[in-house]
Design a protein around this ligand. Structure first.
Ligand code: SF4
Length: 253
């Protein structure tokens, strides 16, 4: 696969629930069509010319060397490192990417720093052997495979994603789900409670609305819809004693 070298790797994220982050590739084969915010930024800054360009990831070949340089200097300030905000650490059918992410997590953990990983691919079973302070998550916005193929064409099937997450949960790992970007019913008619039921084993749920897509505002009561969905998540989490976070801008007056 194609590769790039970077000058630095660890940076502070502006994302509301993140601390520090690393991105081990440029581009992402999952090719989400919500659209993907990272792709929009990559296009704006000339890192990807087209959607097809974006879907052909370039691995950061010097990621481990950069961690060796940066971790000793930065370790005191870092509470946790998330993989990844502008790509996917476990891209489906990209073993080179998954191996690099695993090795990065091992290295970061060796400094006593926990990692959080989020994927639309498959979480490797090997994660069960790493620090139990790590947190492993999947993104899941539907259980409908036709919808997945349309919106996240290169990603792992939903069922397989959930199975792998459950496997890690059963091995005593902390697990979470990001139900984001949640679509309005003019994309797909579905019952959020069905999704929550499938994920009832996770420790934490993050919920957020779909942004950057004009079709959302074509749904007449979209603000009320997102308020209602957020309340379903909050009630579910309170009832089942789970941590939750509703992304800024999801609930409006
Ligand atoms: S998985 Fe994330 S980074 Fe990859 S295309 Fe989808 S939204 Fe973008």
């Amino acid at each position: 696969m194609k590769s790039i070298e970077r000058k630095s790797l660890i940076y502070k994220t502006g994302v509301e629930y993140g601390d520090y982050t690393i991105n081990i590739a440029e581009g992402c084969s999952h090719g989400c069509k919500y659209p993907c915010y990272a792709m929009m930024m990559a296009k704006r800054f000339g890192k990807a010319k087209t959607y097809e360009d974006w879907c052909e990831p370039k691995i950061v070949s010097n990621a481990l060397e950069l961690l060796d340089k940066e971790l000793p200097k930065m370790k005191e300030n870092i509470k946790s490192i998330q993989l990844c905000f502008t790509t996917d650490p476990f891209m489906y059918n990209y073993p080179e990417i998954s191996n690099l992410s695993l090795n990065c997590i091992k290295k970061i953990n060796s400094y006593g720093i926990p990692c959080t990983a989020l994927t639309k691919g498959l979480l490797p079973q090997e994660l069960e052997n790493l620090s139990k302070n790590n947190e492993y998550g999947i993104t899941l916005i539907s259980l409908n495979e036709d919808f997945r193929k349309e919106m996240e064409p290169g990603s792992a099937p939903y069922k397989d994603r959930i199975e792998r997450l459950k496997y890690l949960h059963n091995k005593g790992c902390k697990t979470w789900v990001s139900i984001e970007p949640y679509p309005t019913p003019n994309f797909i008619e579905q019952d959020l409670s069905d999704i929550l039921k499938e994920l009832s084993f996770v420790d934490k749920i993050i919920f957020g609305r779909l942004n950057y897509n004009a079709k959302v505002s074509q749904y007449k009561n979209y603000k009320q819809f997102f308020n209602d969905m957020a309340n379903i998540v909050i009630d579910f989490c309170k009832l089942n004693n789970k941590q939750y976070h509703i992304k800024d801008g999801t609930i409006t007056q």
